[in-house]
Design a protein around this ligand. Structure first.
Ligand SMILES: *Cc1c(COP(=O)(O)O)cnc(C)c1O
Length: 352
């Protein structure tokens, strides 16, 4: 007999984002704004003061307080993670038992089902309507039918770019009172239907936030979970104690203190997304090239097209990386110049 990987590992492959050099990267929904040189200098001065021989603060008090202040929530309800990705993993491993049913939805962020399966929960997938929206009543019935212990979805959604209004999300939370609702608001900075300010009212809700999108710090792995005190205590107890290193904690604390700067970047991204969307709609009107262009609540535009593979490859040949899904393309809003370049390349594709 020789050692064999178990069933859940044997077919796994390492995460494989686009690598190689492309002049324009619109594939990962990152912010198009790097931190300002002044802010980088400030960060460097703060990092110089870090005691590198000491373990970091387990509860990441400074970044947690900076986050709480930025979003107007109580720091007692906030847990910091090594990216929201780590928090998804911790939640899936600790709030469910092997064999419990967790409901995810399709299309949505793939990591939810990935971690749920890794921790041996049973994943049941609710299919969205043909127009890619969620019907809250149908999702509630589906969760009841499957006896779900948890339900997880992103709002606004990656990759569809569509959002579910606050009332609908409230209905899901209150109707499924014995189901844990994991609400990923990674893109809510770009929309206005957050439930952050009422998170404490619910005993079955965890909201996830990330620094990787509107905050412009994908390079620094920090995300946050916000929930009532009981859930927060459990999460803090379950996570690995030193999950946020001191350097990342320092950086995040400095950056989140710059609220005006961050909001002006956010506003520019929202404006850039609107014009990218209308430029793509205009192309569509001119060439009839897409089946549907979705009006985004996010920092990216989602497009339905049978030619997804060919367009994706053509853009790569033009040194522009976007994201493809079966039947769809997702284009992150970049700088004005980047958006103009992707529109010009698409026009070239449709006129060639
Ligand atoms: C990008 C993204 C995240 C962020 O993950 P991090 O680990 O914090 O970088 C979380 N959820 C969704 C839906 C995302 O698209």
């Amino acid at each position: 007999m020789s050692y064999k990987l178990n069933k859940k590992l044997v077919n796994l492959v390492p995460y494989d984002p686009i690598t190689g050099h492309y002049d324009i990267r619109l594939d990962a929904n990152e912010s198009c704004f790097d931190l300002s040189p002044e802010l980088k200098e400030k960060i460097c001065r703060s990092i110089a003061k870090v005691d590198f021989n000491r373990y970091p603060d387990c509860l990441a008090k400074r970044p947690t307080e900076a986050f709480a202040k930025f979003y107007g929530v109580s720091p007692e309800l906030v847990t910091a993670g090594n990216g929201s990705d780590e928090l998804i993993s911790v939640i899936m491993s600790c709030f469910f038992e092997a064999g419990d049913t967790v409901v995810n939805v399709s299309h949505d962020f793939s990591m939810y089902g990935f971690y749920a399966q890794l921790y041996e929960t049973k994943v049941e997938t609710y299919q969205k309507e043909a127009d890619l929206t969620i019907d809250p009543d149908k999702l509630i019935s589906f969760c009841r039918e499957k006896n779900a212990r948890g339900v997880v979805f992103s709002n606004p959604c990656n990759p569809t770019s569509l959002g579910l209004g606050r009332d609908a999300v409230r209905k899901i939370i209150t109707s499924l009172s014995d189901t844990l609702v994991i609400l990923d608001e990674a893109y809510m900075d770009f929309w206005d239907q957050s439930l952050l300010d009422e998170v404490e009212k619910y005993d079955n809700l965890i909201i996830l936030k990330t620094c990787s999108k509107a905050i412009g710090m994908a390079a620094v792995r920090v995300g946050f979970a916000i929930a009532n005190k009981t859930i927060t205590t459990a999460l803090r107890a379950a996570k690995s104690p030193y999950n946020n290193d001191s350097v990342a904690q320092t950086i995040v604390s400095e950056v989140l203190a710059e609220k005006d700067y961050l909001l002006s970047c956010r506003d520019a991204i929202v404006a850039g997304t609107k014009s990218l969307y209308s430029d793509i709609k205009a192309l569509d009107a001119k060439y009839g090239c897409f089946e549907k262009v979705y009006e985004p609540c996010t920092n990216f535009v989602y497009i339905k097209t049978d030619e997804f593979q060919k367009i994706y490859e053509f853009l790569l040949e033009n040194s522009i990386a976007i994201r493809k899904f079966s039947g769809y393309l997702r284009i992150t809003a970049g700088s004005k110049k980047e958006n103009a370049a992707v529109i010009a390349a698409l026009e070239k594709y449709f006129t060639k």
